[in-house]
Design a protein around this ligand. Sequence first.
Ligand code: CO8
Length: 261
Amino acid sequence: SESAGEPRNIVVGRIGRVGTITLDRPKALNALNVELMEEVVAAALAFDADPEIGAILLSGSERAFAAGADIKEMAAQDYAAMAVGDWFSAWDRFAGLRTPVVAAVSGYALGGGCELAMMCDVLIASETAKFGQPEITLGTIPGIGGSQRLTRAIGKAKAMDLVLTGRMMDAEEAERAGLVSRVVPADELDATAAEVAATIAGMSLPVAYAAKEAVARSFETSLAEGVRFERRTFHATFALEDRTSGMQAFLAKERPTFQHR
Ligand code: CO8
């Protein structure tokens, strides 16, 4: 839907094979209004369609990854407007990206901000990161997957605690609970997240898609079906030039150079 003009709430860039999206609405702590959502989804889909992009890096600011859906925008809505407009369903397209997404989370990741971080594949958190689903304190509940993804990520005990009390969880607790991939000192966040994204972007693109899809499948299916899906996909990688050259490089004690096909 974002066709003409520069985005106003995000900064989009590119470093090698990594597409970068930086949330940039500092006055509202990167609150996710509809315009920002449409810009993020459009930028991410454009990267997803570009075979020169092997990973997407999503960041916020030092103070906030994102402090949730935009409460000012939501406050005036009624049930009919939310339901008929299917508010926030565009985020499902972000969750459906094939390209691996690395999130760099510093400061607040609350409500929709926590939900957006959980839609990403590798979540690198600064020691300053704070996660929470405070919707209940506003008289509502998570609406972009929080009740589902948080529970799958950290289990019922902590998910219920967070969703029912609205309290925040710091980076250390989030790592212990299994919500984040790594916690790093604040001044190392950007470099670490960029390095992780560049590493992934250096892999064979079809294999990275397959690896992401296989892990993501585990959330949608039984173990037996998931293992079957993985096995067939694993077999299919043997049709790829990158699989041939990757194994040949290992045997020749060389670094692999993937052609991404
Ligand atoms: N929406 C709109 N504006 C926001 C938001 C937000 N979520 N968060 C912060 N802001 C604004 C503040 O209003 C303030 O603006 P102004 O300067 O104009 O008053 C500015 O950002 C700075 O914020 P604070 O002054 O509050 O900064 P503090 O450092 O004092 O506090 C906090 C930081 C603790 C993060 C605080 O801002 C806060 O609690 N924010 C709200 C967090 C929250 O409740 N998030 C959940 C939102 S609901 C949600 O995400 C639901 C998603 C699913 C809905 C699905 C529906 C279909």
